[in-house]
Write a protein of this length. Structure first.
Length: 162
């Protein structure tokens, strides 16, 4: 199964990481970062995400992600950041649902970390785990996206409603 893992982020310093993982062959097919390039980050990031989905469908010639796994926001000390991330997650889910009609799964940060390390892993731990498993030296947001994709393996199907 091909799963698109998403680690949402809204700024240039904290971008959205994505990774398309083929879980049957345990290989990372595509990965990258989405960074806002205008003063309207939600509109810009949602548009970039829509373009990414279009590219994945064209590039893979009919083989495309069967599911999206997206990290759910964790609201810690800064509630405002959690709310902003939750809004972005909603935008990504809406674009996914309209574009693909395929299911998605929300993954908690601890579940994503546990897929590659343990639930309390640091960003460096995640990057090292991806380096060891896949031979990829990637930024932490991409490593987290890979963990998000792996964490949803075996989850039940859900309706793609935003």
């Amino acid at each position: 199964m091909q799963i698109l893992g998403i680690d949402p982020g809204t700024t240039d310093r904290n971008p959205t990481g994505y990774a398309l993982v083929d879980t049957d062959q345990d290989v990372v097919l595509r990965y990258g970062l989405l960074k806002p390039i205008t003063d309207q980050p939600f509109v810009n990031l949602a548009s970039q995400f829509d373009n990414l989905l279009g590219f994945l469908w064209l590039y893979n010639a009919g083989e495309h992600p069967h599911r999206m796994a997206i990290e759910t926001p964790w609201i810690g000390v800064n509630a405002h950041t959690g709310i902003v991330l939750a809004e972005l997650v909603g935008a990504y889910k809406a674009v996914w649902a309209v574009r693909t009609k395929h299911p998605y799964v929300g993954i908690a940060p601890t579940q994503a970390k546990a897929a590659l390390c343990d639930g309390r892993a640091t960003k460096n731990d995640m990057r090292r785990a991806v380096q060891l498993r896949y031979g990829l030296a990637v930024p932490s947001h991409i490593a987290d996206a890979i963990g998000v994709a792996l964490a949803c393996v075996g989850w039940p199907e859900q309706e793609p409603t935003p």
